[in-house]
Design a protein. Structure first.
Length: 277
């Protein structure tokens, strides 16, 4: 049996996307012959990861979960190519397992997350193995966590949208409010918590669009700035979370709903991940 080096194993892994141990075995079984090793892996479907790199991974599964005490949460998305695989038990169990792994280990970023061990292999290698088994391109690059006094997650029907939202304090009816606001984020897709959280680039773009629309409507040049500011106010109302109409009661804003029982209660952070976005 040929003496296989780590560099050779790494090279084959890069070419095929197969797991390290699979690549090592393929080279050992074929006396270090790369072409034969690739054929060996192809018969197991492992080369699919590299061969299908041009495919679009637009289906998938989104999941948001929190710890039992709701002080830490994770939301993540793994993409695949077909709805058939996305609805499969193995794929769903894999993505759910990633969420559980994140809750247990609390990784700070995606790099830390993909380096964690899922069973006996890293998350990266486990994903490559699943690619080989299913024959589909898969991507795991959408991931976020939040730690706060209270964190809530919401998974829309079919797990095509997942949200995670954090609050600055714990109050008596926080569970109800947490669920409602996580659902609000899923339904209304806000771009920021409040108007001061909207980027200057976005504000400048909205003002310019507002001015141009007013100009096309024949409004006087001297009025354009004022009209654009008015339209910007409407933009904030529709697109910033606390200023949106509350979906369960359009007579109040999200801010008013939150402050109904505690004037200091507010959202400190949120994430919304959706397939195809």
């Amino acid at each position: 049996m040929a003496n296989i080096t780590a560099a050779e194993v790494a090279k084959l892994r890069k070419q095929t996307g197969a797991g390290m141990m699979d690549c090592k075995k393929a080279l050992q079984e074929n006396d270090g012959d790369f072409e034969k090793a690739i054929d060996f892996l192809r018969k197991k479907g492992a080369k699919v990861a590299a061969k299908r790199a041009d495919k679009d991974a637009t289906e998938g599964y989104v999941i948001a979960k929190t710890t039992e005490d709701k002080t830490f949460g994770v939301v993540l998305m793994v993409n695949c190519e077909t709805d058939f695989v996305a609805k499969g038990e193995e794929f769903i169990n894999f993505v759910t397992g990633l969420a559980d792994l994140a809750l247990e280990n609390k990784p700070a970023n995606l790099a830390e997350m993909t380096s964690l061990k899922l069973g006996n292999v890293t998350v990266t290698d486990a994903l490559a193995e699943l690619v080989g088994k299913t024959g589909e391109k898969m991507e795991f690059d959408t991931f976020a966590t939040i730690a706060a006094p209270k964190v809530y997650g919401y998974n829309h029907i079919g797990n095509k949208i997942g949200t995670l939202v954090a609050f600055n304090k714990n109050i008596a009816d926080i569970d109800e409010k947490g669920h409602d606001i996580a659902m609000q984020i899923a339904a209304m897709n806000p771009i920021a918590i409040d108007k001061e959280n909207v980027s200057k680039e976005t504000i400048d773009r909205e003002l310019e669009v507002g001015k141009e629309l007013a100009r096309q409507e024949g409004k006087p040049e001297a009025m354009l700035d004022k009209i654009a500011q008015g339209r910007l106010g409407k933009f904030f109302k529709e697109n910033t979370l606390v200023n949106q109409e509350f979906i369960k009661d359009g007579k109040v804003t999200v801010k008013q709903y939150l402050q109904d029982t505690d004037k200091d209660l507010t959202v400190t952070e949120f994430y919304r991940f959706a397939l195809g976005s």
